[in-house]
Ligand binder design. Structure first.
Ligand SMILES: *Cc1c(COP(=O)(O)O)cnc(C)c1O
Length: 239
């Protein structure tokens, strides 16, 4: 793959717009989150020069080192597993947290947000396929907990997020995305709440996700290329 980040971004945008149109939706209602985890600030700078300002990061430490090195126009979403001891540091960095994945994390997040006078915007992560390797509420667990979650007044709960099981065929992800949408519809109906946002779809399956109702897709390798390391760390002296 010799295309530049700018070219791959342009291609992703065209794909997003086409998938939105095909499914009768306004392309403006699908956010493209460029997943920049593990990539150095220079790669993000290149994306910014191509007009991309919304980024997804999955480690608090890495984001905390990277964000100050980039122009202030950057907007940051947290998409990884949020460790309880990182919540306080993460709060001021991100405009949305896609991955509140347990009752304990939600409760702690609410408490810390209260102490810090913040109202974080969050999505609840659902482990639709019930994979042992993944974090997230089970669908039934979420139904059982939703009223208590909505009573955590410091959290602005805007919707749901999922990661489909890995599979080389995008179509394999479709039932999981459909299930997340149906779960959202059920929660809205039964609990009388609004959960407008659905964060689903990655490089391999974001078109299918948009067809199933995604309002945010999290696209990493299709924009930045394959990830080599586990995380980016600042050069010595810059910490
Ligand atoms: C890394 C990651 C992505 C991006 O994955 P790609 O396959 O590189 O697009 C999306 N969502 C989450 C939660 C991730 O951790």
């Amino acid at each position: 793959m010799t295309a530049t980040i700018g070219e791959r971004l342009a291609e992703a945008r065209v794909n997003v717009a086409r998938a939105a149109k095909v499914s009768g939706r306004d392309p403006g209602q699908v956010q493209l989150v460029a997943v920049s985890k593990t990539h150095p600030p220079e790669a993000l700078q290149e994306a910014m020069e191509a007009g991309q300002f919304l980024f997804g990061e999955s480690r608090v430490q890495e984001a905390r080192a990277k964000i100050p090195l980039l122009p202030a126009r950057g907007r940051w979403h947290f998409i990884g597993h949020l460790q309880k001891n990182k919540i306080r540091a993460a709060l001021p960095l991100f405009e949305q947290f896609h991955s509140v994945d347990s009752w304990e994390t939600a409760e702690q997040f609410d408490r810390i947000a209260q102490e810090e006078s913040q109202r974080p915007n969050v999505l609840l992560e659902v482990n639709v396929a019930g994979e042992a390797s993944k974090y997230g509420f089970s669908p039934e667990g979420l139904v059982a907990r939703i009223e208590k979650l909505m009573a955590l007044h410091r959290l602005e709960i805007a919707g749901l997020m999922t990661i489909a099981p890995f599979h080389p065929e995008a179509e394999h992800s479709r039932p999981y995305f459909a299930q997340l949408r149906e779960l959202r519809d059920r929660l809205e109906r039964e609990a009388g709440i609004g959960l407008p946002q659905l964060s689903m779809g990655m490089s391999g399956d974001y078109l299918v996700a948009i067809e199933e109702g995604a309002t945010a897709v999290r696209v990493g390798s299709a924009i930045f290329g394959t990830r080599k390391g586990k995380q980016w760390t600042p050069p010595a002296g810059l910490d």
